[in-house]
Design a binder for this molecule. Structure first.
Ligand SMILES: [Zn+2]
Length: 133
């Protein structure tokens, strides 16, 4: 199972971070997610790593900040604790009935043109927020 460790606004920076991890034998990958539905605009690029290798991956990335400062500078930071270990859950954990309700509310959102925003979540301090460029 893959888990997010950092999020970038720029695809190239996310790819560079993934390459650093892959050089260390971690099969890291980058996943593109839209920040809002249904317009699919301003995507973010999520660096993901296998769950078991998350702690080591975060360490490797933080070590590389000295030589690759843009990996830290361009990462999305938590507005509360300034941590870069941020995730972007696209599917909230929910029961089947909650999922049915979510589908129904998606349907209403589409009818009424309501924009649904994903939320960022800080792994360090548990803050959630939404950010648009
Ligand atoms: Zn935080």
């Amino acid at each position: 199972m893959y888990t997010p460790i950092m999020i970038y606004n720029e695809r190239e920076i996310a790819a560079k971070a993934a390459a650093i991890l892959r050089n260390k034998g971690n099969p890291a990958r980058v996943v593109t997610e839209p920040q809002s539905e249904p317009h699919r605009e301003n995507p973010v690029f999520i660096l993901q790593t296998p769950f078991e290798e998350r702690a080591q991956a975060i360490q490797s990335i933080e070590k590389s900040f000295d030589t690759e400062p843009d990996l830290e500078r361009e990462a999305i930071h938590c507005p509360q604790c300034n941590s870069t270990t941020v995730e972007f859950p696209n599917e909230p954990q929910a029961s089947p009935s909650m999922k049915a309700f979510a589908k129904f509310s998606d349907f209403l959102d589409r009818i009424f043109g309501v924009e649904k925003n994903h939320k960022f979540h800080c792994i360090h301090c548990d803050k959630t927020w939404s950010k648009k460029r």
